[in-house]
Design a protein around this ligand. Structure first.
Ligand SMILES: C[S@@+](CC[C@H](N)C(=O)[O-])C[C@H]1O[C@@H](n2cnc3c(N)ncnc32)[C@H](O)[C@@H]1O
Ligand code: SF4
Ligand code: SF4
Length: 356
């Protein structure tokens, strides 16, 4: 992936030398509509407005001015938006790197529309067999997703398969997905399923989840996560270093259900489908934790507001990693160098592996 070097260096200097928070990522929800029905995610049960293309362009401009280097286009399912290519094209045009998140169902139909405007695509695969289709409520999902990844790889677009490990997984499920990733020349990450505290024990990242899904929603026996982490640590040393993107420090943290100093609003922020700005933190998506609205305020004013600074300090003390198992890799990984500075070496090594 080509990072916009200027902003990337600016971000590192600001955060690490000047100690001034500067974001690397904007996570932009281009829609909350979804064609899947994942039990651990509440988006698909919501009906929410969507930003127009022009509104999104304005948000991207401000994000770039603020210092962002990477736009993560998420949802809901972003590929449900017909006008997505024009959004991605604009993000690239102004100098952002673009990562698209997708459940994979529409990839093969739409790859030719957007392939010139993405640097990487993150695709979800939770089970290596028909359970994936059943879990996400979409017939043919796994097969279509694998076809989509093959098309992307043929175009030399980087892909990452993200597997959310739930109480219904076996170690073998995860191992098979890891091997599938390697076979497809894709990268691989795992995250334990996260339950939001406001609805504990039945919450999800956003929205309602159902009583019947509570088994999927939580990993009651952390030994499963421990085994997954140990297995990935083993494979990282035995032929899968290039494939497995979770750092060793992350895998050890999750395995031991350890604590880390969380920075969900120092390198990144989220803009929801109605313009609401928040930290990329499941616990912060509600009530007073919203920081403002990108349609009404400039992102710089929101980012440097007193409220944002207070929240940054509050998040550092968060203990939900231990109690609720909040180890979203997109939050924990960039936060880890602050807890364990040697992580940087791991990151540099895997960055170099990826370039080889
Ligand atoms: C919200 S989805 C949006 C993109 C797309 N619809 C997808 O499923 O990949 C982004 C990522 O969050 C993951 N996710 C959803 N709910 C989760 C939860 N409760 N815990 C951990 N990860 C979750 C999904 O599996 C996916 O990899
Ligand atoms: S995880 Fe993704 S595919 Fe599943 S319901 Fe949520 S947004 Fe849709
Ligand atoms: S561990 Fe971090 S991302 Fe998770 S709830 Fe706490 S502050 Fe938010």
């Amino acid at each position: 992936m080509k990072y916009p070097v200027k902003n990337f260096i600016k971000c590192l200097i600001s955060n690490f030398i000047l100690k001034k928070p500067t974001p690397l990522f904007i996570s932009l929800e281009v829609t909350r509509r979804c064609n899947a029905k994942c039990p651990f995610c509440g988006y698909w049960r919501l009906e929410e407005p969507e930003l127009t293309v022009e509104e999104i362009k304005g948000v991207l401009d401000e994000a770039y001015d603020l210092g962002c280097s990477i736009a993560v286009m998420t949802g809901g399912e972003p590929l449900l938006r017909r006008d997505l290519p024009s959004i991605l094209e604009y993000a690239k045009e102004i100098g952002l790197s673009v990562i698209l998140l997708s459940n994979g169902y529409l990839l093969k139909d739409r790859v030719s529309d957007f392939c010139n405007y993405v640097d990487a695509v993150n695709v979800s695969i939770d089970f290596p067999d028909v359970h994936h289709d059943k879990n996400r409520g979409l017939n043919g999902l796994l097969e279509r997703t694998v076809s989509g990844i093959k098309l992307l790889r043929a175009l030399e677009i980087a892909t990452n398969i993200n597997c959310v490990v739930t109480g219904k997984h076996s170690l073998e499920d995860v191992r098979k997905i890891l091997f599938l990733a390697k076979e497809l020349d894709s990268q691989f990450t795992f995250s334990p399923v996260f339950i939001t505290p406001h609805q504990y024990p039945h919450g999800s990242i956003l929205g309602e989840t159902l009583e019947k899904d509570k088994e999927v929603m939580r990993v009651a026996n952390w030994n499963l996560v421990k085994s997954v982490a140990d297995m990935l640590l083993y494979y990282k040393k035995h032929g899968f270093r290039k494939t497995i993107q979770n750092s060793s420090a992350y895998l050890k943290l999750v395995r031991d259900k350890g604590r880390f100093t969380c920075f969900p609003f120092s390198f990144q922020f989220a803009v929801a489908s109605d313009g609401t700005v928040s930290a990329v933190c499941p616990a912060s998506l509600f009530g007073s934790h919203n920081l403002g609205n990108a349609l009404k305020q400039n992102l710089k004013d929101i980012w440097y507001s007193k409220k944002a600074q207070i929240l940054r300090d509050k998040f550092k003390e968060c203990k939900l990693s231990e109690s609720l198992g909040c180890y979203l890799f997109c939050v924990a990984e960039p936060s880890l160098p602050f807890t364990n500075p040697t992580t940087i070496i791991d990151y540099i090594r895997s960055g170099l592996e990826t370039l080889r």
